[in-house]
Design a protein. Sequence first.
Length: 129
Amino acid sequence: MSMRIKELEGTKLKMKNMPLEGLSFLQGVLEISLLSNIPDVSTKNKIIFDCAMSFRVTDEGDLLKTQNDLSGDMICGVYTVEKSDYLVWYHEQSYGIHQTDSLCHYLVVTSTEVIDVLSASEPEIITIN
């Protein structure tokens, strides 16, 4: 299966020069924190998934095949993933009990890591200056 990605509008500019600061997962809520790496700029972004069913974190330098398959389209931002092997795997592992849920595969790409998230809700992005 050849996956395709589509940017959630406006996220590329919000996430430029913002590596992963940390993440937390509590009671189904995944919170991803990004902090600007520009000197004298203290901007922080929080990406919050209220109903995260599964997630994985990978160093962006280890996703060479994915980067090649996407022809360089995978730059910092938040994306939805079409034709997702991860979502297929999840449904297989759970014997399809969540197939009636409107799960979506989201891809959060930072300058240092890539976070795959399966969630029933679109993320909320909060900018803190």
